[in-house]
Design a binder for this molecule. Structure first.
Ligand code: ZN
Ligand code: ZN
Length: 381
């Protein structure tokens, strides 16, 4: 008998085609729980087999400290999935959030990974009491405290805050959770918020999970007045819709799946990093070794062929075999975010490259020669 392989072995394009053919509507949802889990490896294999049978696709992290799941599944199987979750004591009644805007194609495969932590936060958990968390606030209470002048802090990474955030929130420049919490602590200590030594603090993040840690950390650091948006932006969006409240969150919510963002309000809070015009169209540079995340308006997307710069555009437009040869040994995995805090730097690079391009006709002479692209004129002896 062939044992169950318990992992996906198909190529992304095959998976995407399969998903495109699928007729049944899918539901995208997410949940997490801090809970002591034992036998995590076995549990991982059980969950993979059980959930794959239900048509679940998504990214699930398991660790001894709990579960963190973002997934989609055929809507007709949602009830069976709920029953399967509730049947496990550790996951019984775990609240989940259903994505508001849903194009059904959020995830291509099922991935269940065993991790050291369910959120890679880089914090030394034993240094503070992770269970001493801030007060959980619902959307209405969060709005009210905002109106009373509380200091709102975005606990997401810089690239997640770009295209949407709460009105007037402090947006950290860091691109890791640990960096963000250190930056926030420093800022609060130095009183830059102008709100005294122990201000009323409101934290929020995508789904609420990071604020559990962040609020405990800030309390450990001596701040006593710490509140957090329960269920994060995802559940805030659901609550304001259900209760007819005004959204103090403006723009789009950055999400970690194929969609990159879901719209909460029609406000556009960002500008194109290339031309500076109002835009909240977000994407990755199509030159795959660059992959830089950027906000790029339609016109610039056309001008730069969905790339971040003339240099990347030139590589992206070379014949595939030349690109492949060039990519050998280069990493294509990171999502570069360096332009986010420095769009001016990006625009300067673009200007310099355009000048050079106008002068010598190429930014990558070796590549163009190697690929004989465009064809070199025959040399005359
Ligand atoms: Zn633009
Ligand atoms: Zn690029």
């Amino acid at each position: 008998m062939i044992p169950h392989r318990l992992r996906n072995l198909h190529r992304p394009d095959v998976l995407r085609a399969k998903l495109e053919r699928e007729q049944a509507p899918r539901t995208t949802l997410s949940f997490y729980r801090y809970v002591r889990l034992s036998g995590v490896e076995d549990l991982r294999n059980e969950l993979y087999a059980e959930w794959e049978a239900l048509g679940v696709l998504g990214r699930i992290y398991l660790s001894q400290e709990g579960i963190n799941a973002q997934l989609s599944l055929p809507t007709s199987n949602v009830e069976m999935f709920r029953t399967a979750l509730d049947a496990r004591e550790a996951f019984a009644d775990v609240p989940w959030k259903i994505a508001v805007e849903d194009d059904d194609k959020s995830f291509l495969k099922l991935m269940v990974k065993v991790k050291k932590k369910i959120v890679a936060d880089g914090l030394a958990d034993d240094a503070f009491d992770v269970t001493n968390v801030g007060a959980h606030l619902d959307a209405a209470a969060f709005n009210r405290k905002m109106e009373e002048g509380a200091l709102v802090i975005d606990m997401r990474n810089n690239y997640e805050c770009l295209i949407g955030h709460f009105d007037g929130a402090y947006l950290p420049k860091a691109d890791t959770f640990r960096g963000a919490i250190e930056e926030v602590t420093l800022r609060l200590r130095s009183g830059q918020g102008g709100t005294g030594n122990d201000p009323e603090i409101l934290l929020y993040c995508t789904g609420g999970i990071r604020c559990e840690k962040a609020s405990a950390y800030l309390k450990h650091e001596g701040f006593t007045n710490v509140g957090q948006l329960h269920g994060g932006i995802i559940d805030y969006a659901r609550q304001i819709k259900a209760q007819g409240l005004a959204s103090k969150y403006k723009g789009q919510n950055f999400v970690f799946d194929e969609r990159l963002a879901e719209r909460i309000t029609d406000d556009v809070v960002s500008t194109c990093m290339q031309c500076g015009k109002s835009s909240d169209r977000i994407g990755n540079c199509q030159e795959v070794t660059c992959n830089m995340l950027l906000v790029q308006c339609e016109a610039c997307a056309e001008e730069y062929a969905d790339c971040c710069s003339p240099s990347c555009r030139e590589i992206h437009q070379l014949p595939n075999e030349v690109q492949r040869a060039w990519r050998k040994g280069r990493s294509t995995r990171s999502t570069k975010t360096k332009a986010i805090n420095d769009p001016e730097g990006l625009r300067r690079r673009i200007r310099e490259q355009e000048e050079m391009l106008a002068r010598i006709g190429t930014l990558h002479p070796e590549l163009v020669r190697a690929g004989n692209f465009p064809p070199q004129p025959p040399t005359i002896n």
